[in-house]
Design a protein around this ligand. Structure first.
Ligand code: PLP
Length: 401
């Protein structure tokens, strides 16, 4: 395996993201294949016993076991690191494996975490249930207000953990302000950037220390595989995250890494087109539903902030109808858009968070997060937006909207 001539960081770093998404990280085998090779192997062989010993001792470059290294997985890690503008990246089997690893690898009993209130249901579970179980205290704040982070800090606070835009209410966190608050106090900021991806938002350039991804979403982009990733400094990835993941094993499979490599090739195109369509569909819905939460529309209270840190709004937004019955009725009337709780797919998908993604969150917490019984979340895909609007139009009429 050799990186193609010109694959050293001094050159690849100068490429623009759309180029990095296609060529970054490419390492070709002796066959010179143009598309990245898929290395479905769990182990590696050595010419001599001394080579095995040298590799285990870290004295010889090369791979030893696919829980630790795999050529296809490493291509993906280098590509994501380049897109993120990060020194290093480690991929994981799922987004939640990434979130769990990024927190547990750096926290211990007695530490304290400040986490955003609006969050992916399982991310809230980590903060509310898993961390406290190990003696790690968490304070949940309304992350739209940077002052709440300042007020929540204690001497033992180690991490700020939040997502922006947040699932599913599309709360926006002021990345510059909140990451600066963390930096000044020696706290590490960990940003779940799944909704925007580095194609639209690069938290590290705005002061974040670590970004974490569900690559299942926009990075794959076609609803095929589960994957996750964590990006950060080489020191954090190699000395804090890796000892945890090498031994606990939330490793991404080579096959899934290969699928995500292919997905990244079209990320820039897809996310920009889906963002445009999402604004068009949002503009239509805005006239028909009582409330819409779309960072790309001027009606979103944080529209200006969102547009100051994102290049486009992304494909996902939420809106509200009267109640659960009307929300379910609307879903059941759709003829093109699928009822599905996935996001980031090239297909348009709609879900009712209160009865699906946030089913496990206690009602009181769920309402406090803004996940009301009438809330619906829409992922706008790559279909012709006029067909999506037609489908919504007829479904809304059927439920009297
Ligand atoms: C989907 C998602 C996750 C979890 O990722 P999986 O790949 O499903 O494990 C975490 N955070 C956000 C914001 C998500 O959308």
């Amino acid at each position: 395996m050799k990186r193609r001539t010109g694959q050293d960081r001094s050159i690849t770093q100068t490429w623009r993201p759309a180029t990095q998404a296609i060529r970054g990280g490419t390492a070709r085998s002796e066959w010179g294949e143009t598309s990245e090779a898929l290395f479905l192997t769990s182990g590696y062989s050595y010419d001599r016993a001394e080579d095995a010993a040298a590799r285990f001792a870290g004295e010889q470059a090369g791979m030893t076991y696919s829980r630790l290294q795999n050529p296809t997985v490493e291509m993906l890690e280098e590509r994501i690191a380049l897109l993120e503008g990060a020194e290093a990246c480690r991929t994981m089997a799922t987004g939640m494996a990434a979130m769990t690893a990024v927190l547990l690898c750096q926290l211990e009993q007695g530490d304290h975490v400040v986490a955003g209130r609006a969050a992916f249901g399982s991310c809230r579970w980590l903060a509310d249930t898993l961390l406290p179980k190990f003696g790690i205290q968490t304070t949940i704040v309304d992350a739209r207000d940077p002052q709440q982070f300042i007020d929540a800090v204690r001497p033992e606070t180690k991490v700020f953990f939040f997502e922006t835009p947040a699932n599913p209410t599309m709360d926006v966190v002021d990345l510059r302000a909140v990451c600066a608050i963390a930096r000044e106090r020696g706290i590490r900021s960990v940003v779940d950037n799944a909704f925007a991806t580095p194609a639209l938002q690069r938290p590290m350039e705005l002061g974040a220390d670590v970004t974490a991804y569900s690559a299942t979403k926009m990075m794959d982009g076609q609803g095929r595989v589960l994957a996750g990733a964590v990006c950060g400094s080489a020191d954090f990835i190699n000395n804090t995250l890796l000892p945890f993941t090498r031994n606990t094993g939330p490793t991404l499979s080579a096959f899934n890494a290969w699928v995500v490599l292919k997905g990244l090739e079209t990320l820039d195109l897809r996310i920009r087109r889906q963002s445009q369509s999402s604004v068009k569909v949002g503009e239509f819905l805005e006239k028909r539903v009582p409330r819409i939460l779309h960072p790309g529309l001027a009606s979103h209270p944080q529209h200006a902030l969102a547009m100051s840190q994102m290049e486009a709004a992304g494909p996902i937004f939420a809106f509200e109808v009267a109640d659960r019955a009307q929300a379910h009725g609307l879903l059941n009337s759709l003829t093109l858009i699928d009822i599905s709780n996935n996001i980031g797919d090239s297909r348009s998908l709609m879900t009712h968070p209160a009865s699906t993604t946030h089913y496990g969150v206690a009602e009181e917490k769920r309402l406090e997060m803004g996940v009301t019984d009438g809330l619906l979340r829409l992922n706008v895909g790559l279909e012709d937006p006029r067909d999506l609007i037609d489908d919504l139009d007829q479904a809304l009429s059927q439920v009297g909207l």
